[in-house]
Design a protein around this ligand. Structure first.
Ligand SMILES: [Zn+2]
Length: 263
């Protein structure tokens, strides 16, 4: 079985990733990482697309079509699949992941620090401030990794999305936030690969110049995806965001969400 770290950089559009993520682009140039551009599903909103990335259900099929739709994901997620076979799961992520996978509504005293092996995300550090600094979030993820040595770890940062909403997707603060995320990956990705993890790095949606992500437009819908680590050599690149959840299961060597009896 493989071990995987899923890095979700919220609100990162493909165009800015191409121009500003020099570390990841260097690995791409050196053929040490594979890269593909995906088109996010409509509506290109965070919670509907989190549900899609977790379960493979498009927003139209999950019924989670607004950020205000706080129900649990209606299908099993890759965290459910991992727990079913006894893998250790962890996430440093925005609290909507706790609501989609574990318990909803989010109850901060109970859920911010989650240690509960009966839940799909057994070990969680869930933040609820959109301005939560990315550097702290990566430290949270590392703290979880050191404490529980997870087989599956979600690292979900909000700094790029926050800068885009405040200043617009073509602003200096947005591009700086993208560079900052790239520099954090330059620090952690080599370590994680050395520790035996495979990496999948992507975004939920992009950002337009006005600081929105709702429209059917390239800056909003085109998102990057990178795969690093030997496990991907024998696995396909995803053709859409709906392929990612089962791809995570394949990388972990566990039953797919859509073929629960197949391993
Ligand atoms: Zn988002």
């Amino acid at each position: 079985m493989g071990r995987l770290i899923f890095v979700l950089l919220d609100g990162l559009n493909a165009k800015t990733a191409r121009s500003c993520m020099s570390f990841l682009n260097a690995l791409d140039d050196a053929a040490q990482i594979s890269h593909v551009t995906l088109t996010s599903f409509l509506p290109p909103l965070s919670r509907p697309l989190y549900a899609c990335l977790l379960s493979g259900l498009t927003p139209a099929n999950s019924g989670i079509v607004r950020n205000e739709d706080t129900q649990l994901c209606p299908a099993p997620t890759f965290f459910h699949q991992a727990r079913k076979v006894g893998l250790t799961t962890a996430a440093a992520a925005y609290y909507w992941f706790s609501e989609l996978c574990n318990l909803s509504p989010f109850n901060p005293p109970r859920d911010r620090l989650t240690v509960n092996t009966s839940l799909p995300i057994a070990h969680g550090l869930f933040y609820s401030d959109d301005a939560y600094p990315d550097a702290e979030l990566f430290r949270d993820a590392e703290a979880l990794r050191h404490r529980v040595s997870p087989d599956l770890l979600l690292v979900h940062s909000m700094g790029i999305d926050w800068a885009g909403h405040c200043h617009g997707g073509t602003s200096v603060p947005y591009t700086q936030a993208v560079r900052h995320a790239d520099s954090l990956l330059a620090r952690y990705l080599p370590l994680w690969l050395k520790e035996g993890y495979s990496l999948l790095i992507t975004s939920d949606h992009g950002m337009d110049a006005n600081g929105n992500h709702y429209d059917d437009a390239p800056d909003v819908r085109q998102v990057p995806l990178w795969q690093a680590g030997p496990v991907w050599k024998t696995l396909p690149q995803p053709a859409s965001q709906a392929d990612i959840a089962d791809l995570v299961c394949m990388a972990l060597g566990i039953p797919l969400i859509n073929q629960p009896h197949d391993i």
